[in-house]
Design a protein around this ligand. Structure first.
Ligand code: NAD
Length: 352
């Protein structure tokens, strides 16, 4: 099977490409390499005989159409996006442009290509649009997001993802394109950009810098290991019902402050000679993110019951392995910094 993976040089996309390459699929990574895209993250998959890389912006309709014509895919897994909520507060138009317009360009090109296929190829074709549980808004102390929870996005990021979901659904209903949509909770694991909570805390601990925790740290996230997530995406692509929506989460809710303390405990254990022990002395509470959603929790019974997906890692085990990965793979995040990436606080603007 030939699969186009958009955003394949990003955090989740690269884990997906590595998995699909190992499974022997022909993978076309389509990515324009923003600050968040790094070919280094593909490892050996980059040079594999069954992998090709196309440096293309998903907003460039002619270039995207050309990719479909040349590679003749059986499926598209669409992950390319601007993904950082804080950046969406500072630069919302970038999120509208890539996440909304870029998704519509992908859908339009896929639909034109799909319409040219014979009946059997049309039947087998799939377009998996990868979205987030943040489109459902924020939960109080109780409850979980199901696939039927009404949309109520609160940040420019989640609003742009919500809009893109509606376009994906519309391309299924109006044009018959075999679209699937997945909504996952917060991912963690190797190769995540050092601007997201977990790598920010790990690197601060390693370097003896302040560990910024937004607000009181009581916000709750439902953590999913990236490799468990991409296993779910593969199952959804292969066995999901055309037009179906699937929530993916690992039932691993924790407050941000508990997460940070657990990372500190992992650092204490993995770095017994560090001058910065105990690492939790580095925790600092900082100004909260404007509009910070209180709690996310996901009901993933559909993907479990209908497709047989199960997460393979418990949170504590996955987290410890992730901390160890950042300690052992300094070359990866150092090369990102050397490329000009600066981990500075973003998203404090309250008026656009
Ligand atoms: P990421 O920011 O790590 O990677 C995004 C990738 O998309 C990068 O490689 C970047 O170069 C590429 N890209 C951005 N704009 C592009 C454009 N205009 N044209 C081509 N490529 C472009 O993101 P991620 O964390 O891997 O997230 C992947 C997808 O999963 C996104 O759609 C995101 O909304 C969704 N998601 C992520 C999480 C999470 O916890 N990380 C949770 C839920 C949903």
């Amino acid at each position: 099977m030939t699969i186009i993976v958009t955003g394949g040089a990003g955090f989740i996309g690269s884990a997906l490409v590595r998995r699909l390459i190992a499974a022997g699929e022909n993978v076309v990574t389509l990515d324009c390499l923003t600050y968040a895209g790094h070919l280094l993250s593909l490892g050996d998959a980059l040079e594999a005989g069954n992998h090709s890389f196309e440096r293309v912006d998903i907003r460039d309709a002619d270039a995207v159409r050309d990719i479909f014509a040349r590679h003749k895919p059986h499926a598209v897994m669409h992950l390319a996006a601007e993904s950082h909520v804080d950046r969406s507060i500072d630069s919302p138009m970038d999120f509208v442009s890539t996440n909304v317009t870029g998704t519509v360009v992908m859908l339009q090109a896929a639909q034109e290509y799909w319409a040219s296929l014979d009946a059997a190829a049309k039947e087998g074709f799939r377009f998996l649009h990868v979205s987030t549980d943040e489109v459902y808004g924020s939960l109080g102390a109780e409850g979980v997001f199901t696939e039927d929870t009404p949309y109520q996005p609160n940040s420019p990021y989640s609003a742009s993802k919500a809009a893109s979901d509606h376009f994906a659904r519309a391309w299924h209903r109006t044009f018959g394109l075999p679209v699937l949509i997945s909504h996952c909770s917060n991912n963690y694991g190797p190769y995540q950009m050092p601007e997201k909570l977990i790598p920010v805390i790990i690197l601060a601990g390693l370097e003896g810098r302040d560990m910024p925790v937004y607000g009181t740290g009581e916000n709750v996230r439902d953590w999913l290991h990236v490799e468990d997530h991409v296993a779910a995406l593969e199952l959804i692509l292969r066995n999901g019902a055309s037009g179906g929506t699937y929530n993916v989460g690992a039932d691993a809710e924790t407050t941000n402050i508990d997460m940070v303390r657990t990372i500190c405990a992992c650092l204490d254990e993995l770095l017994p000679d560090s001058w910065h022990r105990p690492h939790d002395q580095l925790i600092r509470f900082v100004t909260d993110r404007p509009g910070h959603d209180l709690r996310y929790a996901i009901d993933s019974s559909r993907v479990r019951d209908e497709l047989g997906w199960r997460p393979a890692r418990a949170l504590e085990q996955g987290l410890k392995a992730t901390v160890a990965w950042y300690l052992e793979n300094r070359w990866w995040w150092q090369s990102i910094r050397e490329g000009g990436f600066e981990d500075k606080r973003q998203g404090l603007r309250t008026a656009v």
